[in-house]
Design a protein around this ligand. Sequence first.
Ligand SMILES: *[C@@H]1O[C@H](CO)[C@@H](O)[C@H](O)[C@H]1NC(C)=O
Ligand SMILES: *[C@@H]1O[C@H](CO)[C@@H](O)[C@H](O)[C@H]1NC(C)=O
Length: 311
Amino acid sequence: MKYFIHFYTINTLWILFGWANPTQLDLDSYKRVIKMSLLFYKAQRSGHLPDTTGVPWRGDSALNDQGQNGEDLSGGYYDASDYVKFSFTMAFTTTMLSWGVISFEEGYRAAGQYENVLDAVKWATDYFIKCHVSKNEFYGQVGNFDIDLGYWGRPEDMNMSRPAYKIDEERPGSDLAGEAAAAFASSSIIFKDVNQTYSKELLRHAIELFDFADNYKGLYQEAIPGAKNFYENGGYGDELTWSAIWLHKATGEKKYLKKAISFYETFRLKERPNEFYYNKKVAAFIGGSYQEQRVSQRGRCVLQIFHDRTN
Ligand SMILES: *[C@@H]1O[C@H](CO)[C@@H](O)[C@H](O)[C@H]1NC(C)=O
Ligand SMILES: *[C@@H]1O[C@H](CO)[C@@H](O)[C@H](O)[C@H]1NC(C)=O
């Protein structure tokens, strides 16, 4: 059972959101799917829950999650049926949810789920703000999978130790910092008209984390070896490119587009991607279209397509 449920992690569910064509099927089913999908996120919440979760069997849990210097790391989402909080995949999920809102805001509104999806994103970004304890320091994992796997109860009752793991200047992770920067940048866009203050705060974290990712290169799983067994990442070139594109989109500043193009070329990302997930983001840059990739031989054109498409 545990493994069966594990398949439905918070990292895969966003697939339900944008890629279907609602004209073919009855709209009520789509509304229901989106509503239930967002309910899944609610059920995965960690930390102090408001009364409005709509998931009656859930309550406060892991309120004592802490960083290595006692920083409050409560909140965020549990990974799956396990209770580890993995920032890398959580950040990718957050970027995808935000992208969905940017591209399909009207759809979310029509389904009566616009407030709910903003809420789902904010549950993650509030947590990431806590994880970003200083400019070049970001918590990438809370909980240890080996300890966690030995526990089969509810998160509300757990009392095992939940160590926290981070990246910093000594042991950097450009993939994790880059993905977190992308999550912050994309979410700052969706909060721009909702709460300027919050949006600006998100953007500040995005800019700092992007600089951290760019100035201190490394793979996060070398700093956080436990993550490797579950969410190994093959390289950070795509996260650097991805975060630069999102920062360009959030700020409008040309320097980020130049960065994105330079990463795209430096890390030779011109492969033809056949999959898109937290570990491989190149497909997003080329709009998933082989034809477009052929037409635009240079990274510049390819990245511009991404930019135009999401504008
Ligand atoms: C943790 O909870 C279990 C089951 O409720 C209990 O048997 C155990 O003594 C608790 N451990 C600690 C350290 O509180
Ligand atoms: C906007 O965001 C700020 C920063 O998180 C928060 O303090 C404030 O309460 C928010 N305002 C509204 C109206 O939600």
